[in-house]
Write a protein that binds this ligand. Structure first.
Ligand code: BTN
Length: 263
């Protein structure tokens, strides 16, 4: 049984440990909308019966092998128009954590747009961010994290776990405590005090961690496959590609990565 032992200021001060639930994001949203949680609350489940992924997909995770949890975070002064900034900040701090925690230079952690975590070219974690608005500002975000830790087999060849990639079993609970502590110390929640240079750094670091940056590969949009080179992700979170037609920007719903890398 998990014992919360991270030394944090706000993340995990309220911690709900469940052996099973439908989806920690759904539960977090429901508690948050009824004012039943403080910022930083963590809802953790050993098993989700209806885990959700991005774009209406489901998130399937072997019970008791991985980490599936949601954080409820109140944000302040984050305009709706900059909501992807929080996504970028979260992605780079997750990566910062993994790179420090598993500090083997031959292991490559990257972010695949918009916010999948890749280790040595395979997906080991996914994020599902669900924001609530207050006027033109984001008031809170439910950050759902699905992290493949010790699971050994996957349905999709592009998915993997920390344990497979690092070839050893991982202590899930120690990892969770250290991850929460790292986010508690590093993740900005109050965007009012972020200087423009710090904001620019978030954009730059996010771009530098991007899987496939400057690489040419196949994409598909409006039913048509095409070759393009990934140039970065803009402030609104649109993917910037250099195509035969010039520079084009794409929303997540409008583009697909095809599995035909071009070297
Ligand atoms: C994705 O890559 O598609 C995002 C996956 C997010 C999964 C996590 S697991 C904890 C939280 N609860 C959910 O139902 N989904 C997120």
């Amino acid at each position: 049984m998990y014992n919360y032992s991270a030394n944090t200021q706000y993340i995990g001060k309220q911690f709900l440990y469940l052996t099973t639930c439908h989806s920690t994001n759904d539960l977090a949203k429901s508690l948050n909308s009824r004012g039943l949680c403080r910022s930083g609350m963590v809802i953790f489940a050993e098993n989700q019966t209806k885990g959700r992924g991005q774009q209406g997909t489901s998130w399937v995770s072997e019970p008791g092998q991985n980490l599936t949890f949601s954080l409820v975070l109140r944000l302040s002064h984050l305009p709706l128009a900059s909501q992807f900034l929080f996504n970028k900040a979260l992605s780079i701090h997750l990566l910062g954590f993994f790179r420090t925690y598993f500090s083997n230079p031959s292991d490559t952690f990257q972010v695949k747009w918009p916010n999948d975590v890749y280790l040595n070219g395979k997906k080991i974690a996914g994020l599902l961010l669900e924001n609530s608005l207050s006027g033109n500002y984001i008031s809170s975000s439910i950050v759902g994290i699905g992290l493949n830790v010790n699971q050994q087999t996957f349905e999709f060849p592009t998915a993997s776990s920390l344990s497979i990639a690092l070839q050893r079993p991982i202590d899930r609970y120690a990892l969770l405590n250290d991850l929460l502590q790292y986010l508690d110390e590093n993740l900005p929640l109050n965007f009012e005090f972020l200087h423009t240079t710090e904001i620019q750094t978030i954009h730059n670091v996010y771009d530098a961690t991007l899987w496939g940056l400057h690489k040419q590969r196949w994409y598909k949009a409006a039913g048509n496959p095409f070759l393009a080179t990934l140039k970065g992700v803009d402030e609104q979170g649109l993917l910037i590609l250099e195509t035969n037609e010039g520079t084009e920007r794409f929303e997540i719903k409008s583009i697909q990565f095809l599995n035909h890398p071009v070297d």
